[in-house]
Design a protein. Sequence first.
Length: 97
Amino acid sequence: MFVGCTIFLFLVDQIAAIIHMIEKIALNAKVNTVYVETILKIVGIAYIAEFAVQITKDAGQASIASKIELAGKIIILSMAVPILTVLVETIINMIPN
């Protein structure tokens, strides 16, 4: 766990640069920042959940790891619902009557 956290701390600068670049691209493309923030949160949850799953598996607790993985997927799905709703509404509006 210590090594994983240390590696993450070394990568914080690169992660911040990537997030800044994505936000800049979204502003240039005039994308609603709420959607970009939500997608970045989803990616963050995916990485945190994967990190927790790997630590739990290393500790020999595969059953707990699978529960953490399921919880991460459910959280991601619940956060993605507004984006999916807008996407479906956009597609429906594009279809001619």
